[in-house]
Design a protein around this ligand. Structure first.
Ligand SMILES: [Zn+2]
Length: 52
């Protein structure tokens, strides 16, 4: 699995997202959901739209 980097609001730094899973938001955009690998805070990262 590729490592996903997101912004942790608690660390106030970019961190790898642990246990990242891809989800689809209500508007159909892909996003990654997981926890901060350092402090365990929930993280959410909006992904760029897929190009078709
Ligand atoms: Zn953190």
């Amino acid at each position: 699995m590729t490592e996903v980097i997101g912004y942790c609001v608690k660390c106030k730094e970019k961190r790898p997202i642990a246990n990242a899973v891809q989800v689809t938001m209500a508007n159909g955009r892909p996003a990654m959901k997981g926890t901060c690998s350092v402090c365990g805070t929930g993280m959410f990262k909006i992904l760029p739209p897929e190009k078709k």
